[in-house]
Design a protein around this ligand. Structure first.
Ligand code: GDP
Length: 229
């Protein structure tokens, strides 16, 4: 999987500085129309690869739906659910004919006392392995909790599959600046030891919007330059 150049610098210190042209490119891309394309519950329902794809993954309740909605400026694109583990399908959203946003089901939810220890369902594993159009996976980590054992298992699987991934901290508004700096540093230190992890750790908040413009800029750099629809 090819990876694009980063547009941020100093991410580890928290002093991220994005290039204004990259921020504008991100703003323009995410102002485009975003359409639901497919909700796949089995391999046969996966849409054929076309646009560059960005997948979003994380533990249930990490704030994935909220982040996708904040990125696209929509309230209801990805369902924000108070029932962890509810989304059981892979949802595809076409952003302006230039990028496919792929919302993967949350993992790690212990339902009715029965703990799901596996990080990925067979469907997700199949999607991740056979997707030449997948440019990057955004692995979401709650800024209050940092990496959990199941996140590390997921990272190990992504490393084994040589899938390029970037860690995004969510709910940054819920921690103090010092707490955020500490978790960013701890996560970055682990990411450095992982083969397929992108070195930049971006902190985001769907509530106060921090990190959203920077993430749009990062993702725009991976998009198709011309609309393919
Ligand atoms: P998902 O299961 O990963 O899709 O998580 P959701 O987007 O449904 O969010 C889970 C819970 O966290 C909801 O109650 C959200 O309102 C809350 N949440 C999500 N993002 C943020 C954030 O950036 N800041 C705060 N304070 N709460 C958030």
């Amino acid at each position: 999987m090819a990876d694009g150049p980063g547009v941020l610098s100093g991410a580890e210190s928290g002093a991220t500085e994005a290039d204004p042209a990259a921020l504008e490119a991100g703003r323009l891309l995410f102002a485009q129309d975003c359409r639901f394309v497919a909700g796949a519950t089995n391999a046969g329902a996966l849409p054929p690869p076309s646009l560059p794809e960005i997948a979003f993954a994380g533990r249930s309740n990490v704030g994935k739906s909220s982040l996708v909605n904040a990125l696209t400026g929509r309230r209801t694109l990805a369902r924000v659910s108070n029932t962890p583990g509810r989304t059981q399908q892979i949802n595809f959203f076409d952003l302006g004919g230039r990028l496919m946003l792929v919302d993967l089901p949350g993992y790690g939810y212990a339902a009715a006392g029965r703990s799901k220890v596996h990080a990925w369902s067979a469907l997700i594993a199949l999607y991740l392995k056979g997707r030449p159009s997948l440019r990057r996976l955004c692995l979401l980590i709650d800024a209050r909790h940092g990496l959990k054992a199941i996140d590390r298992e997921t990272m190990a699987e992504l490393d084994r599959a040589a899938l390029s991934y970037q860690i995004l901290l969510t709910k940054a508004d819920k921690v103090t600046p010092a707490g955020l700096a500490a978790v960013r540093q701890a996560v970055a230190a682990e990411a450095r030891r992982r083969r397929a992890a992108h070195p930049e750790i971006l902190a985001t908040s769907a509530v106060d919007g921090s990190g959203i413009a920077e993430l749009r800029a990062e993702l725009a750099a991976l998009s198709s330059p011309n609309p393919l629809r």
